[in-house]
Design a binder for this molecule. Structure first.
Ligand SMILES: *[C@@H]1O[C@H](CO)[C@@H](O)[C@H](O)[C@H]1NC(C)=O
Ligand SMILES: *[C@@H]1O[C@H](CO)[C@@H](O)[C@H](O)[C@H]1NC(C)=O
Ligand SMILES: *[C@@H]1O[C@H](CO)[C@@H](O)[C@H](O)[C@H]1NC(C)=O
Ligand SMILES: *[C@@H]1O[C@H](CO)[C@@H](O)[C@H](O)[C@H]1NC(C)=O
Ligand SMILES: *[C@@H]1O[C@H](CO)[C@@H](O)[C@H](O)[C@H]1NC(C)=O
Ligand SMILES: *[C@@H]1O[C@H](CO)[C@@H](O)[C@H](O)[C@H]1NC(C)=O
Ligand SMILES: *[C@@H]1O[C@H](CO)[C@@H](O)[C@H](O)[C@H]1NC(C)=O
Ligand SMILES: *[C@@H]1O[C@H](CO)[C@@H](O)[C@H](O)[C@H]1NC(C)=O
Ligand SMILES: *[C@@H]1O[C@H](CO)[C@@H](O)[C@H](O)[C@H]1NC(C)=O
Length: 830
């Protein structure tokens, strides 16, 4: 009904009256805000005849004062009533019927209640909570228009300010992930209360965490960011208050540890450190309460604490390092493992080599430096751009590389201050490849040797035949090819090829194999017995080189009789000297032979040892004891025939009485008697014995017929005349004979020049060297038909196959020449 009133006709009236109402107010209201509210709600409607109802609301604060107005115009009569909330009964509090205000007992329960002077308003100081309720003021105005009644309804609310709030935590140290709540506890305070939660992080960052009318904050998933100071603010219509700060500790961790390695060096395989450095490993893992740390190396515990320091780390300390962080409160742990590699340099320095490559046309420069962690880095200078690890290889074109070219390889390593280097040089092999062939013992195998040494890198050598077919394998520096000997190789060539990377052109060395060819200047040699004779053989073509072997007339190797045969050898010839030739044994066919791995040959040389002619017969002209003691004998003799002779031999023997016994042997008394001697005195006779004596002329080795044996005569025995007579007779006959021979020789001088020479002035010594040279042997043919020797030098034809050694070559010579006796027989009678 009141609202209807306001809403309709009188609304403009109220507005017009408002300024008047404000101007008339001279009271100092206890609470400005409450007073204003009351005035704003106040309406005064003057409408005579009708009761007016005015309803307002006002707030008071407990223990504070409040004024409740009953219109702005002092009424003539008024009654204040109070209705307790929740009841219907209106009880009088005060009234004034014109004779001053009267308070009822009830007013004592409503705080210090007084009626403001000259007004109908109630002032309550120190509002108690019990003062809350509906206050009704019935005011009666006596106006000229008549009495007017206004009912004022005033609802008084007694508000309680918020007290200092406090924080209640469901858990003051929850662990991360849990649920918790926080409540802002408040003892008194009239609602609605508005709460604000303020959070200050451990880093002093403050912010509003939550706000609203709920005193509880739910955190379903607590995390470490919730750690910090909390304060809650409570605010209502009266005031606001804030709590003390409360610390919330969130338990968490440990997180995955973070490991810091000092000095810091990371590779794709983890951390690295240089040997002998001091390395510090620091482990950090967020945790509340703080982590406890344990360090492991390769799964065995090595240290406790966050910082693990290794002084002078060694290569054996390479491995896995693990940090274990533990939260002892939560009994949780976390672990992180890193790999730490300790770098150390390789030993020594790099080593450089050059190898041929691309079939010995190019050079492969190779540099190697093994060991170390990691591998050393290498590069060849002058090829700086190419860098590699552990081994560095570079291909250099061969022929453009000069002799004595230097290549250097530099190696560096992270753990070494200075780089190390090695160098190598190329060398031309000097000269040309050298080759030769030789045969093994017994010529079973042929060996071809080829060498071209001194180059760097080494040259490659291989063998081929002249047909181009390759034999054996390729070898460096030197190459020996071994083939089974065969006559088919005779006349063939073998080529040693040589390739060296520094030379564009190949080199070669050629060997031509040839079976031996023997020649001799004289294939027939004649000599007088007793002298030495030399047989010569010359080796012409011959490769591989071999030696000449000699066989004597009995097909024996001459080496077996070193006193009889003397050999003089040179590369191309061989002279065999037959010492003191004997007319009976040394004549015959001799052989000189040569065999190499590709063939063999031999040629015969015929030796003729001539005997000297028979010396003349001798006749003893006188033989007689020089005294009767019969100890010495004088003897004289004469030569009955003419002929060469060099000395005399005298022999004697005892004559036995008994004819039945055979005569004892002749004993030589003297030899080498000068050929001019014609008498001799000899001693040593046994006076009791009977002796025979004989004498022979000697021509070099040829001993003449012995004279008749004669026994010495006793001196004084008168045999002189007979002997002398015989001697004179013999001399006469000799003289006649000599004359006859001279005539014969002079007449037949052309037919028999040798005899002519013998007698007419050829010296004895000349006959000793009377060797059958083709150039000086002009008359030999006439002396003996068998001496008709061909003067041409002989030459052998090589045998097609290799002759087994030690076997005398060829067939024995058919004409076994006897020594030639040059004998002139002159018949003479005596
Ligand atoms: C809260 O109100 C009660 C009852 O009105 C009172 O007894 C108490 O003292 C008040 N507390 C505070 C802190 O004002
Ligand atoms: C936080 O701020 C207060 C005052 O503003 C200061 O006293 C205190 O030292 C600061 N604490 C930190 C950890 O910064
Ligand atoms: C907090 O949780 C309690 C109990 O689960 C619930 O009754 C309350 O409404 C929640 N408060 C807020 C602000 O979510
Ligand atoms: C804690 O705060 C930091 C910084 O504001 C943020 O990066 C991080 O994600 C927060 N942690 C959690 C669990 O919310
Ligand atoms: C540790 O482990 C690493 C890697 O497996 C290994 O190379 C190293 O030799 C180990 N060290 C020891 C002392 O066992
Ligand atoms: C290497 O050289 C030899 C001789 O010239 C030849 O026979 C051979 O085929 C070559 N090899 C290569 C791979 O060129
Ligand atoms: C290569 O050079 C060295 C040194 O300069 C020299 O002694 C040698 O004779 C040279 N060799 C050739 C084959 O030129
Ligand atoms: C070997 O004989 C030849 C020919 O008879 C001769 O020229 C050469 O001088 C002789 N050699 C020796 C060392 O006697
Ligand atoms: C020499 O003597 C021998 C034997 O006594 C005899 O046969 C020979 O005819 C003699 N010679 C001469 C030339 O008288």
């Amino acid at each position: 009904m009141v609202r209807k009133l306001i809403g309709q006709t009188d609304f403009c009236l109220i507005l017009t009256l408002l300024p008047l109402l404000q101007g008339s107010t001279d009271l100092d209201p206890p609470d400005d805000s409450v007073f204003k509210e009351a005035r704003n709600n106040g309406l005064e409607i003057l409408d005579p005849g009708e009761v007016v109802y005015i309803e307002t609301r006002t707030n008071g604060v407990v223990e504070k004062g409040v004024i409740l107005e009953c219109g702005s115009v002092f009424p003539d009569v008024y009654i204040w009533g109070f209705t307790k909330p929740g009841t219907q009964n209106i009880r009088a509090v005060a009234y004034n019927f014109g004779k001053g205000p009267k308070l009822q007992n009830l007013a004592k329960t409503l705080g210090e209640l007084t009626i403001i002077k000259n007004s109908a308003s109630i002032s309550i100081a120190k509002l108690p909570l019990a003062a809350e309720g509906l206050y009704t003021c019935q005011a009666l105005y006596d106006t000229p228009q008549g009495a007017k009644l206004i009912y004022y309804y005033i609802h008084l609310s007694v508000l309680v300010p918020v007290t200092r709030p406090y924080i209640v935590l469901s858990d003051s140290s929850p662990s991360e992930g849990r649920y918790m709540w926080m409540r802002c506890g408040l003892e008194n305070g009239t609602g609605p209360v508005y709460y604000t939660w303020e959070h200050t992080s451990p880093y002093n960052i403050t912010g509003i965490m939550a706000q609203g009318i709920s005193s509880v904050v739910n955190i379903t998933d607590v995390n470490r960011n919730h750690t910090g100071w909390y304060r809650c603010l409570a605010r209502n219509q009266v005031n606001q208050a804030s709590s003390d700060r409360t610390w919330l500790d969130i338990i968490f961790g440990p997180d995955l540890p973070n490991i810091q390695v000092t000095p810091y060096s990371v590779t794709e395989r983890g951390y690295s450190a240089l040997e002998k450095e001091t390395v510090t490993l620091l482990c950090q893992a967020s945790s509340n309460p703080p982590s406890q740390y344990v360090w492991f190396y390769n799964n065995s515990q090595v240290y406790m604490g966050p910082t693990y320091t290794i002084t002078r780390i060694l290569r054996m300390h390479t491995g896995h390092y693990a940090c274990l962080a533990q939260n002892t409160y939560l009994n949780t742990r976390s672990k992180k493992t890193i790999t730490l590699t300790v770098y150390y340099p390789p030993d020594g320095g790099p080593s450089c080599t050059i190898q041929p490559t691309n079939n010995y046309t190019d050079l492969s420069l190779s540099c190697v430096w093994e060991g170390g962690q990691p591998y050393a880095s290498l590069h060849w200078s002058p090829f700086v751009n190419r860098q590699s690890y552990r081994t560095a290889t570079f291909i250099q074109t061969g022929p453009v590389t000069g002799n004595n070219s230097v290549f250097e390889c530099h190696g560096s390593h992270v753990a070494l201050k200075d780089s190390r280097s090695c160098s190598t040089r190329t060398w031309h092999p000097p000269g040309e490849p050298q080759c030769y062939a030789y045969a093994t013992r017994n010529h079973e195998y042929l060996m071809f040797s080829c060498s071209w040494e001194g180059g760097y890198p080494r040259a490659l050598l291989w063998w081929s035949s002249n047909t181009g077919e390759t034999h054996g394998k390729s070898e460096e520096n030197s190459n020996i090819l071994i083939l089974r000997s065969s006559a088919t190789y005779s006349g063939k060539s073998f080529v040693c090829h040589a390739q060296h990377p520094l030379f564009a052109e190949r080199k070669q060395c050629v060997l031509k194999l040839e079976a031996p060819v023997l020649v001799t200047q004289r294939s027939r040699v004649s000599v007088y017995e007793g002298s030495d004779v030399q047989l010569t053989c010359i080796l012409k073509a011959n490769y591989p080189a071999t030696e000449i072997t000699w066989y004597n007339n009995l097909k024996q190797h001459v080496i077996e009789s070193p006193t009889k045969y003397v050999l003089q050898q040179a590369a191309a010839w061989s002279n065999l000297t037959v010492k003191e030739t004997d007319g009976l044994t040394d004549s015959g066919q001799y052989w000189c032979s040569a065999t190499n791995a590709v063939g063999g040959t031999e040629i015969p040389i015929e030796l003729l040892v001539k005997r000297y002619p028979m010396p003349p017969n001798v006749t003893i002209t006188k033989i007689m004891y020089s005294s009767r003691q019969q100890m010495e004998v004088d003897m004289e003799w004469v030569l009955w025939t003419v002929g060469d002779m060099t000395s005399f031999i005298i022999e004697r023997r005892r004559v036995l009485q008994d004819k039945a016994d055979t005569d004892p042997l002749w004993q030589r008394v003297v030899a080498n008697l000068d050929p001019g001697t014609r008498s001799y005195k000899m001693g040593g006779f046994d006076p009791t014995g009977r002796y025979e004596v004989r004498i022979m002329a000697v021509n070099h080795r040829t001993i003449g017929h012995p004279s008749d044996a004669k026994s010495p005569a006793m001196p004084g025995f008168n045999a002189f005349p007979a002997v002398i007579g015989a001697a004179i007779g013999g001399m006469i006959i000799a003289a006649i004979l000599t004359l006859l021979i001279f005539i014969y020789i002079v007449r037949n001088r052309n037919n028999n020049p040798r005899l002519h020479d013998l007698i007419f002035g050829i010296r004895n010594s000349q006959s000793r060297e009377n060797i059958n040279f083709p150039e000086d042997e002009s008359t030999a043919g006439t002396e003996d038909s068998r001496e008709d020797i061909s003067p041409e030098p002989a030459m052998s034809i090589p045998r097609p196959s290799v002759a087994p050694p030690g076997q005398p070559p060829g067939q024995p010579p058919a004409n076994d020449d006897e020594p030639v006796a040059v004998t002139v027989t002159v018949m003479a009678t005596s």
